[in-house]
Design a binder for this molecule. Structure first.
Ligand SMILES: *Cc1c(COP(=O)(O)O)cnc(C)c1O
Length: 456
């Protein structure tokens, strides 16, 4: 395991890793042919491995790195915090970083969201949000509301509750016997629209699917969960804001909470601060994580309305409190990172530049990829761009998943210094907002070459 070169002890870190570590979302046997890459350093959109090889992190390290690795402003904020207060119990105690963060979020979130419950990861924020919705209805005279609705193809996290409201077979199928019984609404599918429309000019005809389910189950439902505008894990499926507008009305009609999972879409990813801003309506409950701390620290927030908050506010003896906690709720270092992110985002300049670059990025990707025989669609929102690969362009017939087309392209691109990590047959780019055009050009070229090597 160790070799001595001169007076330096060289470790084979990758081998040692495999002796101990069970990596997330991985078939560990795959690591026999593709060893874990030992990252030493991050800087902006780049990661550097132990041999100094550079990778462009065009997936923002699982979509959380918002403003570049080792961003000097965020790093300084966390460094300052760590010598002051690292953590404190958040029941009955508080600290200024959390208070400031909530006040600032109130100013940028969709109107009405101004009460904040902290957790420490996206899945647990979803779980907390579901419990809040259920308890709200139980305490406001609607104990029959015990069901949740969610879209097909949804992804809301990996814990049992979050997995239940999700619908990506790869993650959920095996566990179905132990999952909650969820009402599934057929999601928009703009690439293979069953109504023969396209997302640029449809009237969300597919919304009748939601109407049908609300008619049938609305009275027993507490909340409808959505990934607004972008079903990320499903393959970066993009649908129009009109769908959310209609959903807002429908939820009001049936006294169902509209629960927005903005874990992936929040903080500028879709070109506006939050995806719901495109629809100009507010959800009742919103979950935030990922970009919240710029990818620095685990942190998540459930934001909700005074109406919901007030249904829990009473004498202790009434038993109406939300008796839910996570040890690291409201961690001060995480909050300091989140405040530093807002320092950088608040004046809108970064988002403005990202949106200008997004036009360039999308145009270049379309020019490069669209004519390829296996490219079914290029779709985009904000800086996020996805390329859906198909076996047959005319019929849109997908590649069989066992061919692992995406994974093969991933390996080729890694060799060339780009981290793509496709979702099935969908190659996507979801870079930090600060990516520059020369890096966009580079990742497009590498992705294209890698794709052509596999699909020549
Ligand atoms: C990542 C993600 C989650 C889960 O967050 P974790 O922190 O990984 O538990 C939930 N919903 C969406 C839309 C996500 O992208």
């Amino acid at each position: 395991m160790t070799a001595i070169v001169g007076d330096k002890i060289m470790q084979n870190w990758a081998e040692k890793d495999l002796e101990y570590i069970w990596h997330p979302c991985s078939q560990m046997k795959d690591y026999e042919t593709l060893a874990p890459i030992v990252i030493e350093k991050g800087e902006g959109v780049y990661l550097f491995d132990e041999n100094g090889k550079r990778y462009v992190d065009v997936i923002s390290s699982w979509w959380c790195n918002l403003l570049g690795h080792c961003n000097p402003h965020i790093s300084d904020a966390v460094k300052a915090q760590i010598d002051n207060l690292e953590h404190v119990i958040f029941a009955n105690f508080t600290h200024k970083q959390a208070i400031m963060l909530c006040e600032r979020l109130t100013n940028i979130l969709p109107k009405g969201l101004c009460k904040f419950n902290f957790t420490d990861n996206g899945s647990s924020a979803i779980e907390a949000a579901m419990k809040i919705s259920f308890q709200y209805h139980a305490q406001t005279g609607n104990p029959q509301k015990i069901k949740f609705m969610a879209l097909t193809d949804a992804y809301h996290g990996e814990t049992i509750g979050a997995l239940s409201v999700g619908d990506c077979d790869l993650y959920t199928k095996l566990y179905k016997p132990i999952l909650m019984d969820i009402i599934k609404v057929q999601a928009p599918d703009c690439f293979r629209c069953p109504y023969g429309k396209c997302r640029e000019n449809c009237e969300c005809e597919c919304f009748e699917q939601a109407e049908k389910m609300f008619e049938k189950y609305g009275d027993e439902t507490c909340a409808m969960l959505v990934e607004p505008l972008l079903q990320g894990s499903a393959g970066m499926k993009v649908y129009p804001p009109l769908y959310l507008k209609k959903l807002r009305k429908l939820c009001d009609k049936f006294n169902v909470h509209l629960l927005a999972d903005e874990i992936a879409t929040g903080f500028g990813r879709t070109g506006k601060m939050f995806a719901f801003d495109w629809a100009e309506v507010s959800p009742d409950i919103m979950c935030l994580s990922k970009g919240l701390t710029g990818g620095y620290m685990p942190c998540a927030i459930v934001a909700t309305t005074p109406k919901i908050y007030d249904a829990f506010y009473d004498e202790y003896s009434t038993g109406k409190a939300f008796m839910h906690s996570h040890t690291y709720s409201g961690n001060p270092m995480a909050c300091s990172a989140a405040n530093a992110v807002l320092d950088l985002l608040e004046d809108g300049e970064i988002l403005k530049k990202a949106n200008e670059n997004a036009v360039y990025f999308n145009q270049k990707i379309r020019e490069k990829f669209l004519s390829h025989k296996n490219v079914g669609e290029v779709r985009s929102i904000g800086l996020i761009n996805a390329i859906e690969l198909v076996k047959n362009k005319d019929t849109k017939e997908p590649f069989e998943s066992k061919l692992r087309i995406g994974y093969q392209i991933y390996k080729k691109a890694l060799d060339k210094g780009v981290i793509l990590r496709p979702l099935g047959n969908v190659i996507y780019f979801n870079p930090p907002l600060i990516i520059e055009r020369k890096d966009m050009d580079f990742v497009i070229d590498v992705a294209y070459e890698s794709m052509c090597e596999i699909l020549s």
